[in-house]
Design a protein around this ligand. Structure first.
Ligand code: BES
Ligand code: ZN
Length: 613
């Protein structure tokens, strides 16, 4: 027994599956999926084989050739982080079939009842598998080291349609034996019967990139390789088509910088507001929060980020979450290069500035847990959702930017292209990256302390705060506010969301409630549709106990389920003021809103509240 990943039961002595064929029957009445998974191994295997599972009821494991049962056992109780260890016993099998049902509380899945959707008529379900939640949808070797191809047949009510992180190949009637005879039980809206949607993913992907969404979906074409999907509401689809019109331009910039786009299509899916992230880079079908359509200024940056993962992340993946910076640091660097090419140097510099301030704040957050200020982290016994932070993004970005400054852009661009071409469709660790770096940029280890950067805590002395006139101006205005100077209208006339976000995040938490009221009287920040700005403002309101804005805090916590906002606002309420009133508010709002959050967000907020109440 030799685990290859602290977050998985996958064993180094067992073969890794090369293909999984999934049949999924969606039962909306019970929020479960009745399913089977047919695994193919590269060669016949005898003896134990370990899989990850969470909350799955495994009915049987069969030899698909003879239909005879194969022995299996499932560990109990589940490990608090990894879930269950499903052990099969094979005897010279090169394939096996697992028949199982998911749990209504599957950590990857959010089941929305019709009233929770935009159209209020039909239900919706979607996945969020990153980092270790694929195992709650189907048993698998749930480590990014185990890349696998898949095909899937989704049996869904006929009024719904499905999208996946895979190529759509067919929408057809169910055939005998595909669950058509199973009672639907979903009420009047499913009287029209069922349909099967078929998909294939022919490129090997880490399990965390497995994804689907099923609902009343519509789409608009926005480019030769891009459609935007969303709930079939014309206004939403129009807004999405407008917001993402520049997708093709970005793909072309990405190709110029990083090499061919290998995934054929770059479609986008706009999710319901409870989606726990701003974006998720599911291959061929990026998932996005709908708040970008309402006035977030960060839409282009977000799409650039998820697109950049098509090279740095989806083509080259971190071997385990301990090397997560390889995914997110590289992607943050690539994102800023795309933003610079499409929107200009000023935008990119502002984004680097916001990132720099964010990185410094994370150092404060982790001051008693310095392990998570490192790039390469030890995650034994650690839930990746609990330590998710800006460090892998921004310290990783700073590291790569440092190398770029050392060798110059042309040499670094050449290095990056070669790195991607060399390791594409592989999962690698920090050591592999460093070896490749030293081999291709000879002498780099004499110029930059690579060990300090990758294994040291804190921010290395040769990290770099960006200089740009707008960034410096905003920081000095924030300093002047501390002395009582309100920003003048002419100074902020051309500010977008990023400028306000940077400004607000640099105001001291110790400002007075009256100053918050004055600022809002001038600029109506509590009402903005840009949630990055709104949340930054509400955090100041909470810190200064400006109770006039607590209704807006509650409204925000009930409107948007993005984990980053929930974590910041709930933490501010229960830790920030140290008073009972805010804690009671947090508890009540969570009790009322809990059901509307994705299970991942529910879990993280529960951890925050249980630590503090
Ligand atoms: N893959 C991440 C989101 C993620 C990371 C989900 C780890 C689960 C575990 C995605 O690419 C991402 O970084 N999203 C950011 C957006 C961004 C512009 C930095 C987000 O959602 O905040
Ligand atoms: Zn990312």
């Amino acid at each position: 027994m030799a685990p290859i990943d602290p977050h998985s039961f996958t064993d180094s002595t067992h073969p890794l599956a090369s293909h999984i064929s999934l049949s999924l029957f969606f039962d909306f009445s019970s929020s479960t999926i009745h399913a089977s998974a047919l695994f193919t191994l590269p060669s016949p295997h005898s003896g134990p084989l370990s899989l990850d599972a969470r909350g799955l009821t495994v009915h049987s494991v069969l030899d698909p050739l003879s239909s005879s049962p194969l022995p299996f056992s499932i560990s109990s109780p589940p490990h608090p982080i990894k879930g269950c260890h499903l052990t099969l016993t094979l005897s010279h099998n090169s394939s096996f079939l697992v028949v199982f049902t998911t749990s209504p509380t599957s950590s990857a899945l959010q089941w929305l009842s019709p009233p929770q959707t935009f159209n209020k008529a039909l239900p919706f379900v979607y996945t969020q598998c990153h980092a270790i939640h694929a195992r709650s949808v189907f048993p698998c070797q749930d480590t990014p080291a185990a890349r696998v191809c898949y095909s899937a047949r989704l049996n869904v009510p006929r009024q719904l349609s499905a999208v996946m992180s895979a190529r759509h190949v067919d929408r057809r009637d169910p055939i005998a034996g595909e669950g058509a005879a199973l009672a639907c039980g979903d009420g009047a809206w499913c009287a029209e019967g069922r349909v099967v949607e078929e998909f294939v993913m022919e490129q090997p992907i880490p399990p965390y990139l497995f994804a689907f969404a099923v609902g009343e979906l519509g789409f608009r074409e926005v480019g030769p390789r891009t459609r935007v999907y969303a709930e079939a509401v014309p206004a939403v689809l129009e807004a999405a088509a407008k917001e993402f019109a520049s997708a093709e331009d970005m793909i072309m910039q990405g190709e110029a910088l990083f090499g061919p786009y290998e995934w054929e299509r770059f479609d986008l899916l706009v999710l319901p507001p409870s989606f726990p992230y701003a974006g998720m880079e599911n291959p061929r079908m990026t998932f996005l929060t709908p708040t970008v359509l309402e006035g977030d200024s960060s839409g282009a940056q977000l799409v650039a980020h998820e697109l950049a993962h098509s090279w740095t992340g989806n083509l080259i993946t971190n071997k385990t979450n301990e090397h997560f910076w390889l995914n997110e640091g590289f992607t943050t660097y690539a994102e800023r290069r795309i933003v610079e090419a499409v929107q200009g140097e000023d935008r990119a510099a502002l984004s680097i500035g916001i990132g720099w301030r964010g990185l410094n704040k994370e150092m404060e957050r982790f001051k008693d847990n310095l392990e998570f200020t490192k790039l390469k982290t030890n995650q034994e016994g650690v839930d990746p959702d609990d330590v998710y932070s800006k460090v892998p993004y921004e310290k990783g970005f700073q590291f790569l930017w440092r190398i770029e400054r050392q060798v110059g852009r042309p040499a670094f661009d050449e290095f990056t292209k070669k790195y991607i071409a060399t390791f594409k469709f592989n999962s690698i660790d920090t050591e592999t990256f460093l070896e490749f770096l030293k081999a291709n940029l000879p002498g780099i280890e004499k110029e930059i302390d690579l060990t300090l950067w990758t294994e040291g805590t804190g921010i290395p002395p040769d990290a770099y705060e960006p200089v740009s006139s707008i960034y410096t101006k905003i920081l000095s205005m924030a300093n002047e506010f501390k002395l009582g100077r309100m920003p003048r209208e002419d100074e902020v006339a051309d500010w977008g969301g990023m400028e306000w976000e940077l400004y607000l995040e640099n105001l001291p938490k110790s400002i007075e409630a009256s100053q918050i009221l004055d600022l809002n009287a001038c600029y109506n920040l509590s009402d903005t549709k840009d949630y990055e700005v709104k949340v930054a403002f509400l955090l100041l309101a909470i810190a200064s106990e400006c109770k006039d804005h607590y209704a807006e805090v509650e409204k925000t916590l009930k409107a948007v389920g993005r984990k980053k906002f929930l974590v910041r606002l709930y933490t501010a309420l229960v830790e920030g003021t140290g008073k009972e009133e805010e804690k009671i508010l947090a508890k009540r709002v969570f009790a009322e809103a809990r059901e509307t959050y994705h299970p991942i967000a529910q879990g993280v907020v529960e951890t925050i509240l249980s630590k503090n109440i």
